[in-house]
Design a protein around this ligand. Structure first.
Ligand code: BG6
Length: 473
């Protein structure tokens, strides 16, 4: 599609980038902030946590957004962003998570961030909980295994909804809520090691999050007329490894484990396949009558991250675990992969957009997508930059598929690429796994000045936004 052809992207389509507090802010002990689980997870999600923050944890300083937010938002505005996804660090607002009163300094920080966005007409898209449960809730309550977290989360949600009335319209309740089944500490703040956690405790924790999410949706609709609340899930299309019906059935079951979360969010109740799974796997859940009423508060839209697809098979001999975004899967022999082994599948994005739209008929928002790659800073015409054509190729091909899905009739609200500015990786806690249009001078060993440099992709994305997608090829 050239600039002269019409674009499939509708007027008002929201273009921007997505981040999380724990991966960008730093200032982990400034402004009255309490510790979050990320402050004791120095080596990524698969490594054991530490007892206290250690100096090798790059997230303690992040990319210093806590002090440089104005400079960064100005750069996003230069690219033409109309939306910027951030998360509020729960432990900046309620340092322990269960405090009776919020921390004013924390609230004031996000006032400044949202006011800065407003200066440029950038709509904030705010995640309430992005893998950064207050550490105290993990240590005292075992995270979301405890029902008490629902009340703490409700207090937190109500506090920020009331505080940012008129500043924030779009809210996401939990980042990638379906990841709790795979990464209980990261996603559910659960201290019990995964191998020792019973299925009942794991699904009870998931249930508490689902109730908390629906409750926050209800509160948002009461407190903020016009609020748009979305759930957020990992979207990973699963293809059968072979044409065998057994493999197709294995796909159905794997899909159910992922889709249960958005089914509950959009339908307001557990689907039959989930109840069957609980029955047949000895999962005993405490679901109260009040829980059921709360779950009926369904979301306004469904948002998701999309990085890759996987395969599934019923054949144990072929069921090998590949690399991937938290859950991974059986590698697809037909697809290339990134330097971190995540398989690249632009068409999968069109597929998942169609599946989700057909299933729920709710507007969709792509709130994460991008390529983590090693970048080389070079000098061009006296300026330091990165010639990241590999990144623009990835993003271009995925956005073309978004355009195709829109032509299929799918309603898409917007697109925020992951990490528009380099940030600390969630899975590996590295700086060298870079996603940004903006390079940050910060290295895996903790050296660097935090200086920002525009990559080649910076101008490319600005063109895409300015042309509302017509410049994609
Ligand atoms: C998603 C998370 O799983 O993927 C982000 O919501 C994360 O927090 C992103 O950063 C990319 O993963 P990674 O491991 O490359 O940082």
């Amino acid at each position: 599609m050239s600039e002269t052809t019409t674009t499939p992207f509708p007027q008002g389509f929201l273009w921007g980038g997505a981040t999380a507090a724990n991966q960008i802010e730093g200032g982990y002990a400034e402004g009255g902030k309490g510790l979050s689980i990320q402050d004791v997870m120095p080596h990524g999600i698969m490594s054991p946590r530490t007892d206290v923050p250690t100096p090798d944890n790059l997230k303690l300083e992040g990319i210093d957004f806590f002090h440089r937010y104005a400079e960064d938002i100005a750069l996003f505005a230069e690219m033409g962003f109309s939306v910027f996804r951030v998360s509020i660090a729960w432990s900046r607002i309620f340092p322990n998570g269960d405090d009776a009163e919020p921390n004013e300094e924390g609230l004031a920080f996000y006032d400044r961030v949202f006011d800065e966005c407003a200066k440029y007409g950038i709509e904030p898209l705010v995640t309430l909980s992005h893998y950064e449960t207050p550490l105290h809730l993990t240590e005292k309550y075992n995270g979301w295994v405890s029902r008490e977290l629902i009340g703490f989360y409700e207090r937190y949600a109500r506090t920020v909804f009331e505080r940012y009335r008129g500043k924030v319209t779009y809210w996401l309740t939990f980042n990638e809520i379906n990841s709790v089944l795979h990464a209980p500490l990261l996603s559910g703040g659960i201290n019990t090691p995964k191998e020792q956690l019973s299925k009942s405790d794991l699904f009870q924790a998931a249930h508490h999050e689902l109730v908390a999410s629906a409750s926050a949706t209800r509160i948002a609709h009461e407190v903020l007329p016009g609020a748009q609340v979305g759930c957020m899930v990992i979207a990973m299309p699963i293809y059968p490894l072979t044409p065998s019906p057994d493999d197709a059935l294995a796909v159905l079951e794997a899909d159910h484990a992922n889709l249960m979360f958005s089914d509950v969010h959009t339908r307001g109740a557990y689907p039959g396949y989930a109840l069957r799974y609980f029955r047949e796997h000895g999962v005993e859940l405490n679901i109260t009558e009040e829980d059921r009423e709360i779950l009926a508060n369904t979301v306004d839209f469904v948002s998701f991250s999309y990085y890759m697809s996987v395969c599934e098979t019923a054949d144990p001999a072929r069921k090998v675990a590949g690399e991937g975004n938290i859950m991974g899967g059986v590698p697809n022999p037909t697809l290339p992969a990134s330097e971190w082994g995540w398989q690249i599948d632009p068409a999968g994005l069109r597929i998942v957009l169609n599946q989700f739209w057909d299933r729920w008929q709710k507007p969709l928002f792509i709130v994460e997508n991008g390529l983590g790659a090693k970048d080389q800073l070079v000098e061009v015409d006296g300026e330091l930059t990165v010639l990241d054509d590999y990144r623009t190729a990835y993003l271009n091909d995925h956005l073309v598929q978004v355009g195709e899905a829109i032509q299929d009739g799918v309603q898409v609200l917007g697109y925020t690429s992951w990490g528009p500015i380099d940030l600390v990786s969630a899975s590996t806690a590295q700086m060298s796994k870079r996603y940004g249009f903006i390079y940050v001078d910060r290295n895996d060993d903790g050296t660097g000045t935090f200086a920002r440099y525009r990559k080649k992709s910076f101008g490319w994305y600005a063109d895409v936004i300015r042309s509302n997608g017509a410049s994609l090829s």
